[in-house]
Design a protein around this ligand. Sequence first.
Ligand code: NAD
Length: 411
Amino acid sequence: MATGRVDLDGNPIKPVTICMIGAGGFIGSHLCEKLLEVTPHKVLAVDVYNDKIKHLLEPSSLWGDRIQFHRLNIKNDSRLEGLIRMADLVSILAFLALISAFLFDFGGDLCSITTVNLAAICTPADYNTRPLDTIYSNFIDALPVVKYCSENGKRLIHFSTCEVYGKTIGYFLPKDSPLRQDPDYYLLKEDASPCIFGPIEKQRWSYACAKQLIERLIYAEGAENGLEFTIVRPFNWIGPRMDFIPGIDGPSEGVPRVLACFSNNLLRREPLKLVDGGEAQRTFVYIKDAIEAVLLMIENPARANGHIFNVGNPSNEVTVRQLAEMMTQVYTKVSGEPPVDTPTIDISSQEFYGEGYDDSDKRIPDMTIINRQLGWNPKTSLWDLLESTLTYQHRTYAEAVKKATSKPVAS
Ligand code: NAD
């Protein structure tokens, strides 16, 4: 059945059933929304949480018949374990049985299945404090998914990270070297840049290293066994529903990624904490722009298969200190509240993240491959994406934070 939609080469797009693992997270929730709103595709949404996609699952939702949620931990779900024991098969095949059972229930067509794997521990505060969980989550737990896709001829879109590049070559040059301004020394290219990590005792690199190894495994499955794959390297995608606000919809002691950390400080009228002077440079892309790129990958397999794609916005580069200043300015506008007297404070990475932390100096994506294959370009400026995101943060959390902070402290 055709959908009325055509791909980039003018061919009709057939509806597919997408098994999305990690669908309940930040990126997954936006991808589910987009797929339901503008395509006829079906989604098998797999995650341990569904709070961020609840609005899509409600019986009154327009799309209830095209999305099905399966609460499942791919690491240790008892159904998975039961199947492995019962069938006396390797876990890979048990996983296959499980996914097939979803399809049977859903009336899906096994031939049209695409798997999008987003499941991961991906908050920097975990990389050096929970390195084992980080490595297991990003490498070991993804193995059955890759194997299943490879052995059954299913297409896989796997989410990796821009962290696989590690540090830039320019970082190792003297601080005053003019070569540091030369893109050859900092631009991150999928098919040319090396992956430069710190020593093993800097456990921060556990995440990047696990992601790199799963990328290599997927690539090798493609080369040796014909797996149809696409690897996505997100460069700081940000927007509404990213992470949590500690003490409101996540643990009080939790440390989310920078957008939610700074949002939390702004909501609580605290200074924003700048780790190691906030000197690291990052490029930020609006989640809604980035989701357009993923949709192009889903609907243009002939152009996306076998490729690794940087997905970021090279025009939106700032230091983390500049990001803090911009967020303070934008939050003043959207909340109507003046900034606090001391908008930022410096903190060492040792104090903020603990032993074993390290960082990438600069991350600018080269866009040649995604431009050539999919014609994709990001549209939203950093000012605009911060305005829509902080408007969302203020509307969603300001009241709850006020209530939480006005409660008398228990003696
Ligand atoms: P997220 O934490 O919001 O989403 C990940 C989801 O995976 C969560 O809902 C989590 O519950 C689920 N999950 C984790 N382990 C699971 C398991 N064992 N079984 C079932 N579900 C499990 O993160 P996100 O920002 O949406 O990131 C999605 C992917 O993109 C990750 O692989 C991440 O490494 C990658 N990535 C994202 C960014 C970004 O800018 N947001 C940057 C680099 C890489």
